[in-house]
Design a protein around this ligand. Sequence first.
Ligand SMILES: Nc1ncnc2c1ncn2[C@@H]1O[C@H](COP(=O)(O)OP(=O)(O)O)[C@@H](O)[C@H]1O
Ligand SMILES: N[C@@H](CC(=O)OP(=O)(O)O)C(=O)O
Length: 848
Amino acid sequence: MKQENTILNKVNENKAVSSSEIADNDFITEVAAENKLAKHAIQVHKFGGSSLATAKCIKRALEIIRENCQLNDIVVVSANGKTTDRLFALYSLVERTIVEHTIQKSDELTQAIDELAKEQAQLITELLNANNTKQLLLRLNKDIEQLTTWLTADIAQHHNDVLALGEVWSARLLSALLNEQVCPSNSIDSRDFLVIDNEHSCVVDTALSAAQLRQRRQFGKLAVITGYISKDSRGKSCTLGRNGSDYSATIIASLVAAGNVTLWTDVDGIYSADPRVVPSARKLHRLPNGVAKELGRLGNPVLHAKTLLPLINPLSEHHTHLHVASSFDAQVIGTEIGKFGQIAKQELSVTYLNDLLLAQSVSFIGEAAAKAKAEFSPICIDNQKGFMVITQGQQKALSDWLASHDVEITFKPVAIIATVGHRVAERGDIRARFKRSLKAAKPLNLVGSDNNHSVIAILPEPCSIELLNTVHHEMTKDARHIGLVVAGMGNIGERFLELLPAQLNKVYALENLHLVGLLSSKKALINNDGIDVTQAASLFAQEAQSYDHEQLISWLTQNPYDELIVVDITPSEDFSLLYEQMFSLGVHVIGANKWAASSSTAHYNNLVNTADSNNSLCLGNTTVGAGLPINYAIDDLRQSGDSISELSGIFSGTLSWLFETYDGSSNFSELLLNALAQGITEPDPREDLSGRDVQRKLLILARKAGFELALEDIDCQNLVPEALQALSTNDFLARASELDEYFATALSEANSKGACIRYVARFQHNQETGVSAKVSLEVLPQSDAFANLTPCDNIFQISSHWYQDNPLIIRGPGAGRDVTAGGLHSDLVKICQQLAHKQSQVKIKGIN
Ligand SMILES: Nc1ncnc2c1ncn2[C@@H]1O[C@H](COP(=O)(O)OP(=O)(O)O)[C@@H](O)[C@H]1O
Ligand SMILES: N[C@@H](CC(=O)OP(=O)(O)O)C(=O)O
């Protein structure tokens, strides 16, 4: 959540404090003029009770504000921890005392008030300096006196005034602390500006509330506003319902046209089920508005039922983003709620509500049902069978309403469990799966919601944790979004993309894979909603934008997928230097790029450890032998318990072609230029002739086989004489004939013995002598396995404990567009197969 150019810790340097009544735009402009770092769109940050529960939590919230807020932003707070629960408890205690006339209950009341006061006083003393502590304690004492009067003398009148105290204390404390440590701040009691019609419908008087809020905000001070409370048009305190501070935050955001609302809580996003009781719950990175609204309606505690209402105004041009993030782990990317494309629309989640009532009446049948629905907004209604599901709190009002129509009604206690997702009620497969998963619970009915974003099962018994887990497992077991980024839009990259659509259609393991990024060295096309694979190359050509590595890492850090795979088809050492950051972000890498796997021992070991400790997978079968399964074979032998003692072969397609073809009938240099013209060599053929590429490949395989060695441990014969090594490419090509004599001599000497010349890589491990490795031109008998290859083919020979006398040989095309792109697809399928088996358990700072 950290943003680059905000940050209140700079504010103290250029604070300008003057109170005035100004329009929001003026407000913003003036703040911007004073504070060079000010953004123009206001952000609202709401801290829930769990984020303000203890002094430690409040300090954490303070740091989040320091890092993420500017003076023109707004902070909305809930009561500290469970203060609202405690205030409710006081109220219930008083009610019982009145009913039962018991003396000891009033002692109990005094004790409960004392405890509450002590808790608040402790937060104040622990957090504030002496002067502020004194002032806030004085105000707290006054409030406690007032509270005691309300509770003992006039409880009926002051129910909501009592409940409001939690938010008032919390805002006052945070604001004082901000003043001391971060920036000028003032606390605002939302009852001084927020006007609703009544607690039942909570419709906001927008014009009046916005105007009054404008008057309350003070220029140059960060406003800390109480959540949860408001007043009605007669000036009476109201609440917005339990957990209503989220709703306060979005109302306030709509009043000031904020750009963003962040709900800071104890969980780092919205999960596919309650993560406290469903260990396999998945984070939903992006939730479409309608689905989020439905989740809130059906009991998700992070999203109060009304939270989204102020933000989804079809008439408004203004769009406010909503995020859910963890105040315990502010760097973790949370859930974003908004308008998203197909990938986000595939998410499914499961939610439940206990303690409900199934109300049955003829008034809920046919057209008459519309009236009941409009009046009571039930959780669900079936106007064919004549029932609706309501909360227990609605029972009396519904009975009264029907009595006035002279109609009978029956109530039955029920619970609901629902699967929620974009238009799920229209999907027969999801309904069927949901029904199957509920078999043991014997649901009374299954009902689709009006907006089709949920299927609701009505249960005769409360929903158990076991049932929740079973249903969740069934609904989400194959849910996983894997993002694919392809880096390198060259020859092989192009072919890889050409093959991708068919692969996605036919390979089951790729079911949840979405192409989301295409990168060349300078340009990038990133689309979180997916890039059409059938038009990938042309979309890249038309839409890619310039980027740098910092931007790429920042996107990778925030990517909204369960897993992300980067396929590196670049030859770039620079790009390979990003692997470590990628691994530390849990990103998986498929590399055709040889740099990382053949880098220094320290760097390589570090990469392997970083990947391991972050559960990042890394495959690079195509770094050696293109699509030939050499890396897999070595891995397989090692993992099966075999030990490899020798690795040898011809690892370069170019050198294979040159020496298989070179028979002395023409000069070596003519052959070389011919190979260059056919694209068989690198643009500068010295890259092939130097043997470096073969040396790197041997290093990669030896490391795969379990040996720790470095490039310098492998002797490398450079076939380019020293005199030609430092020339420009053109000068080298012009003087290529200087190579001829050396090769002509080598060939004729070999031929005279009935032998041939080949450029061979050899690695040996011997218990006594240790490791020896080299790549060089060798004289081989014509009968040697390495002597009779189809030009361009590679050959790999492995001797091991199991393959001692008769080595294992893998042979075939070791380069080429199709086989390399195919090898990369093979790696991709392997990673996706492994990811399908990956079980992740939720671990959330704050709630675990
Ligand atoms: N599907 C879900 N996704 C995320 N959190 C959930 C879900 N269901 C239940 N929770 C729980 O809801 C709690 C958030 O409750 P809330 O009252 O909004 O917190 P706050 O005190 O921050 O306002 C978290 O502790 C979380 O464990
Ligand atoms: N304090 C109120 C309002 C609220 O929204 O709290 P929280 O953000 O902790 O859920 C309540 O407990 O209902």
